[in-house]
Design a protein around this ligand. Sequence first.
Ligand SMILES: Nc1ncnc2c1ncn2[C@@H]1O[C@H](COP(=O)(O)OP(=O)(O)OP(=O)(O)O)[C@@H](O)[C@H]1O
Ligand code: SF4
Ligand SMILES: [Mg+2]
Length: 335
Amino acid sequence: MTNSSQDKAPLLDVNCLSVDYGLKGVSLRAIDRVSFALQAGEAVGLVGESGSGKTTTAMAIAGLLSPNARVSSGEVRYRGSRLPIDDDAAMRPHRWCETSVVFQGAMNALNPVHRIIKQIAEPCMLKLGMSRGEATARARELLGLVGIPTDRGSAYPHELSGGMRQRVMIAMALACRPSIVIGDEPTTALDVITQAQILKLLGELRSRLSLALILITHDLSVVAECCDRVMIMYAGRIVEDGTVAEIFAQPKHPYTRLLIESIPNPASGKKMIRPIPGDPPNLVNRPSGCAFHPRCPSAMGVCGTEVPSLDQFGRGRVACHLHRSSRGDKVAVHA
Ligand SMILES: Nc1ncnc2c1ncn2[C@@H]1O[C@H](COP(=O)(O)OP(=O)(O)OP(=O)(O)O)[C@@H](O)[C@H]1O
Ligand code: SF4
Ligand SMILES: [Mg+2]
């Protein structure tokens, strides 16, 4: 690819990406023909119930798929160049340097026997080739960036609060100056006030460092606060994609509508999350047609037999027969 076409390419281009997991002789398709583009500095929420493929999408993009995963179709391009996401060794120079991930539950990810300054300095030495002195200076700078007083750098993980540990994880994710940060449920294990502080920090870092952000969550209200755009996943597929304003004002997919309706709204007397009736599908034995049809209040005959394609609507996309048939189009048949 030439320099000028690289300049025009999105920061990240995920094209028809499918990932299968093999486990005890059984194979399941965790993500299925996922396609989207991410522009520099953009913040996108990735939302869906447990098992919908959010983490698998993140791991594929970051080159962190587990050994039993297989990329069965598609590609990921970063600044126009194809990433070797299914080749562990070839992916090494890209990992953490272009896209990095902040996981939930920092206590499990941090090494309990090393001081945090050492843990933040380590990727700077390993990935950026810094000397120990340079890496320690960079780690101090990163501590400041995430709002941890530098004298706390000598603490061990267990000496810090959950929120502080998550700030350490963010510092580590930023160590190699990536242009994309994926937060995989980065605030799930935290209390409400600390959650808000961490989300605020991610928002501030995003504008200060011109980062693109992919925020993975079950919680649409988090996305409403932090993101420009939202992609809704169901059973490994993107079923709706649009700006936060459009999706909240006028959700097109019945699953998106139910997700929005499930958000508590104390002002209208709805204090509890109202779960969507039915269970997420078993991906080993995926429902035929639209995977949401066994739970969908709007399901029609065609929904049980034909997979709806993900079609462009204005600036957004939706995969639902209701919208195709309301335009009078012929229903597309996909494998
Ligand atoms: N290493 C693995 N081996 C086998 N199956 C896996 C593996 N990782 C994930 N899966 C399966 O792939 C599907 C998608 O999982 P994934 O973790 O991507 O979903 P998720 O949307 O992140 O869910 P959650 O909200 O629970 O984190 C699920 O059915 C899950 O059980
Ligand atoms: S395609 Fe049919 S089952 Fe699927 S969401 Fe649309 S109406 Fe519901
Ligand atoms: Mg997950």
